[in-house]
Design a protein. Structure first.
Lengths: 297, 186
């Protein structure tokens, strides 16, 4: 588990470095095209560095806000708070903050930068669906993500991917409307727009690949196993996953930048299975396989 | 010339041994502190359970006045657990208290009005939660004790441990409560 924590920290550093390198490259290119030289490179680097730092420092708050999570008091949800506190004791960690998302789809995730600054989030649907032992299994799975520092990498990936999606949508719109208004325009501007279009076209699959590379499916199995070790009761999580697998309620706040954070990959479309575009970002092993492995423990 | 080499070798060996001693000593202190911290976690949860009991007994008494034996057993077990000291006796006393409490809840099952009582349900949730926290704290404590004892008993860290008088700790054993989907029934 300590090795895993070290590996996650390494991966986060690597990810931030590659984002900086990417920004430097794009900045250099823009500098060449516009003829402003090193200026653009410096600005791009500064923006990327600021973005990386804030995704490390404030990423959890951004993610919580994006999921429309709200903090709940022990008076409001005594069972949830008790379970979180119990599992935290079992892990020897401070009790994380507890948040609730008003969604019917049963799901949960954890975010934060380290165990001292961690949050556990569950949906209303999860609380309604699971009994105490099953809830303990799910919370232990999330606690394992906290203990193994999966949350740091997951949160940084979510914020970076989220801003990339925002940026590419913004560029796409600007390209579309700006290009129309100006007609076919001058050669230099058109070349720049073509470049931007190319970047946008490349960005989405690139980020899909990056997210999948960063958050291997292996870590879900690891968190299942480590969580079962915390509760010493694998059937709890197995039974929770069975109930979750049987539930096909779509989730409104689901999106591809944050899908990898959840306990089970959320879907925005109703019915069994994921939309093809969501499968492109498939970050979770099939739930049936996870149940099978838990039953073998 | 030859003598100088041997002096340097001796100094290097002594340095390595000293360094190992310091590192191991610090590790022992760290693990021992973790054990102590884990024990205080257990203590917090045990106290919480003692605090819950008078209220619970009063609430049940309001509906089941003549079950005097059960109330007395719980009160006695609580006093004994509070008075117990040392890891072993504490474990035995807490096991006794758990049994008495389960009996109290079994009695409560026979009174439908009680089972519909809001404050009884809240107390029951608190009690269930506290007992599972005790179990989790115990599990964490025993893991830490295991780590400490392994360090104290295995070679060569045992040399440092003996020199610094570290003693193996006792596991906290309580009669295992049945685990599984035991839910609060309405």
């Amino acid at each position: 588990l300590y090795e895993q924590a070290a590996r996650n920290r390494r991966r986060t550093a690597l990810l931030v470095l590659s984002v900086l390198a990417l920004a430097a490259g794009v900045g250099y290119l823009i500098g060449l095209v516009l003829g402003v030289g090193v200026m653009a490179l410096a600005v791009a680097l500064a923006v990327a560095a600021l973005g990386s730092f804030s995704s490390y420092r404030f990423g959890d708050r951004l993610v919580l806000r994006a999921m429309r999570a709200r903090p709940v008091s022990p008076e409001e949800e005594p069972r949830l708070h008790n379970v979180v506190e119990g599992v935290a004791i079992a892990a020897g960690l401070p009790k994380p903050a507890v948040y609730l998302v008003d969604e019917k789809a049963p799901n949960a995730f954890a975010t934060g930068r380290d165990p001292e600054h961690a949050s556990i989030v569950v949906t209303r649907g999860l609380l309604d669906l699971l009994n105490r032992v099953e809830l303990e299994g799910v919370v232990a799975h999330e606690m394992a993500h906290i203990q193994g520092r999966d949350i740091l990498l997951g949160t940084v990936v979510a914020t970076l991917a989220g801003s990339a999606v925002l940026l590419s949508e913004f560029l796409l719109r600007w390209f579309w409307w700006g290009g129309r208004r100006r007609g076919d325009g001058r050669g230099e501007g058109a070349a720049l727009l073509a470049l931007v279009g190319l970047v946008v076209a490349l960005l989405t699959p690139l980020f899909a690949a990056a997210i999948r590379a960063a958050v291997s499916r292996e870590r879900e199995y690891l968190a299942d196993a480590a969580g079962a070790l915390l509760t010493r009761y694998p059937p709890g999580l197995a039974s929770a996953l069975r109930k979750i697998a049987a539930d096909h309620t779509p989730m409104r706040v689901a999106n591809n930048a944050t899908a990898h954070l959840w306990l089970n990959q959320p879907s925005r479309v109703p019915g069994e299975g994921l939309h093809w575009f969501e499968r492109l970002f498939a970050t979770h092993p099939p739930i049936r396989e996870r149940i099978r492995r838990l039953e073998e423990m | 010339m030859g003598a100088m080499v041997w002096v340097w070798v001796a100094v290097a060996v002594a340095g390595v041994v000293l360094l190992y001693g310091v590192v191991t000593y610090n590790r022992l202190v760290r693990v021992r502190n973790r054990v102590e911290n884990a024990w205080s976690q257990i203590d917090v949860q045990l106290r919480r359970r003692y605090d819950l009991i008078p209220n619970l007994v009063e609430t049940v008494r309001g509906y089941a006045r003549h079950e005097r034996d059960v109330f007395e057993a719980v009160t006695r077990a609580r006093a004994a657990a509070q008075a117990a000291s040392g890891v072993g006796p504490q474990g035995a006393a807490e096991g006794e208290l758990s049994r008495a409490l389960r009996q109290l809840l079994a009695v409560a099952e026979n009174y439908p009005q009680l089972r519909a009582n809001e404050s009884f349900l809240a107390l029951q949730e608190e009690l269930t939660a506290t007992e599972s926290k005790i179990a989790f704290a115990r599990q964490f404590y025993n893991d830490q004790v295991m780590a400490l004892n392994t360090l104290i008993q295995s070679f060569p860290s045992t040399l440092v441990a003996r020199l610094a008088r570290f003693r193996p700790r006792e596991f906290f054993e309580v009669e295992e409560l049945p685990r599984g989907p035991v839910e609060v029934r309405f």
